[in-house]
Design a protein around this ligand. Structure first.
Ligand SMILES: Cc1cc2nc3c(=O)[nH]c(=O)nc-3n(C[C@H](O)[C@H](O)[C@H](O)COP(=O)(O)OP(=O)(O)OC[C@H]3O[C@@H](n4cnc5c(N)ncnc54)[C@H](O)[C@@H]3O)c2cc1C
Ligand code: FES
Length: 504
């Protein structure tokens, strides 16, 4: 049986850290200990600021644990598309910032001696079945206009199967994301930063000082950075400009030396992504809008079939995992001042499939904004920008979100809780209400209200991940209704804890 966890969590341990047990005052409070939060804390410590990082799980328990670890300046939304929306100059800044992010990780790894399997390697963009070669030509021209050096068209990517024509992007990177974060955490502590885990930030208030309410305690600070992947402090302004997508990964061993160490992506939508870690071939894709597909187990099987048809020597699938990315309507992350808030509240979100470089960009940019240094990336990534030229896409996504409220009127997934199999969940209608009901492995039932605590959309059961996913703005909850991903910052409302009598 494959392990339902990422290869990263199976092969690295993050440092332990205690929870917030008293009121704390620091220059900057960073909420979220993923790549965005820890990169920001790292740079702020280097700039001489006192910093507290607050995470509600163990360190790095969010999407950085689920990544595939490509560090790339190959934009997954394509440079020619970005240019249409933002123009050539902005496209150049975007390319510069992703290149600088890879350089920054490379430099930090060397300077701080972080042992995280970092290496430089080529990346290949090849055509998905049915895609036209012109896509590659347009992207090559745009990449050159963006100022990327050395990108070239080649006859094929260097796999045994013939990918057909491809673009080669030199000097990309890959690393073990959790070993990198463990290294960052160590340096942050060495430089005087404090890291608290198992500490849920309930509420954030701007002003002087800014306040983060963490259970019974308060963290006061000159500035607060909310790096929770999807902001927990922003009700709507950002959430209408990005949409949540689930993406899935399988990992299987291949004979040593049989697959070249490169990164690769096809041009499909959704696209496939490929890399190698210690002779484990990692293949991802099969994305869908969160909370709007109920076939995630089949998606793992499709991914495996796609990989096996191209890498026939691949062994049994050892790892499988899935996670969520936030797709901004105009292809760029939102990093900077939180819109319609006090000047000292900052956010980083809208990672798309480029969240490791976007998170690293956030670390550099947010530090500059907080210490008062100018940064050429500020305007491009501003969370307040209005993506006018992406209006059609934005309207489509917003209509899709609005349509989700129709779920209040439909029947449940099953007629009765008796129809729910063990270790599975379903939406059940009870009168006017909809309930998210999970039957655990022992047969006991756990019932929660199905209304998402963010803005009330009805959550959906994701059978592959065993989570409740909200189809509107990205909130996710575990099988028992505990919040895992913002913007919701509370659990699903409990109706009834485990029904052990029935289970017996
Ligand atoms: C399957 C998959 C493959 C991917 N592959 C790539 C790739 O190859 N390259 C790439 O660049 N990107 C990739 N991405 C995207 C990238 O991994 C993520 O965008 C990135 O890791 C997000 O980092 P983050 O710091 O923003 O968020 P997270 O890593 O999610 O960190 C947020 C942290 O905030 C904490 N938190 C949340 N709410 C609270 C609260 N109320 N109080 C306290 N703490 C809280 C969480 O516990 C978590 O630790 C991939 C994503 C997925 C899912
Ligand atoms: S995430 Fe907004 S309603 Fe659920």
């Amino acid at each position: 049986m494959p392990r339902h966890e990422s290869i990263w969590s199976a092969t690295a341990a993050l440092p332990e850290c205690g929870s917030v047990e008293e009121n704390v005052h620091v220059d900057v409070c960073v909420i979220g200990g993923g790549i965005a939060g820890l990169s920001t804390a790292y740079h702020l410590c280097k700039a001489g600021r006192s910093v507290a990082v607050i995470d509600d799980g163990p360190l790095a328990s969010g999407m950085t644990r689920m990544t595939t670890g490509h560090l790339t300046n190959m934009l997954d939304d394509r440079y020619f598309e970005l240019e249409k929306l933002h123009g050539e100059e902005s496209m150049r800044i975007a390319a510069d910032s992703h290149t600088a992010a890879i350089e920054s990780i490379d430099e930090i790894v060397r300077r701080e001696g972080i042992d995280c399997d970092f290496s430089r390697l080529d990346g290949y963009l090849f055509l998905a079945a049915g895609d036209k070669p012109e896509t590659l030509d347009r992207e090559l021209d745009a990449a050159h206009r963006a100022g990327l050096k050395g990108v070239e068209r080649v006859a094929r990517a260097p796999f045994e199967w013939n990918t057909g024509p491809a673009l080669r992007f030199p000097r990309q990177g890959q690393f073990h994301p959790l070993k990198y974060l463990a290294g960052l955490a160590q340096v942050i502590r060495r430089d005087g930063g404090r890291i608290f885990c198992h500490s849920h930030a309930d509420h954030v208030e701007g002003g002087v000082p800014a306040l983060a309410h963490v259970g019974r305690h308060i963290v006061t600070a000159d500035a607060i950075v909310v790096a929770t992947n999807v902001p927990i402090n922003n009700l709507l302004a950002i959430h209408t400009k990005q949409a949540p997508y689930m993406t899935y990964v399988v990992g299987a061993r291949v004979p040593a030396g049989s697959v070249p160490k490169v990164l690769a992506w096809d041009t499909g939508d959704p696209y496939h992504y490929i890399r190698l870690q210690d002779d484990v071939l990692i293949v991802g894709g099969e994305d869908h809008k969160s909370g709007q597909a109920t076939d995630s187990p089949q998606r793992y099987r499709k991914l495996e079939a796609w990989a096996r048809s191209r890498f026939p020597a691949m062994g049994e699938v050892e790892f499988m995992w899935g996670g969520q990315v936030m797709e901004p309507a105009d292809f760029l992350a939102f990093i900077g001042h939180n819109p319609m808030d006090h000047d000292n509240i900052f956010v980083a979100t809208g990672d798309s499939g480029m969240g490791l470089t976007h998170g690293t960009i956030a670390g550099i940019l947010l530090c500059d904004l907080i210490v008062g240094r100018t940064n050429p990336w500020e305007k491009l990534y501003s969370p307040s920008r209005v993506p006018l030229k992406a209006a059609a896409d934005l309207a489509r996504e917003d209509l899709n979100m609005a349509a989700q409220y129709g779920d209040w009127l439909t029947a449940g997934d099953v007629k009765s809780v008796d129809d729910i199999a063990r270790d599975s969940g379903a939406i059940v209608r009870r009168g006017l209400e909809k309930l998210a009901v999970y039957r655990d492995a022992s047969g006991a039932l756990h019932e929660c209200h199905a209304a998402c605590p963010h803005l009330g959309c009805i959550v959906q059961w994701n059978p592959g991940e065993k989570t409740w996913d909200c189809p509107c703005h990205g909130s996710r909850f575990d099988a028992h209704g505990h919040v895992m991903n913002g913007p919701a910052n509370r659990d699903l409302l409990l109706v009834k804890r485990a029904d052990h009598k029935r289970a017996a």
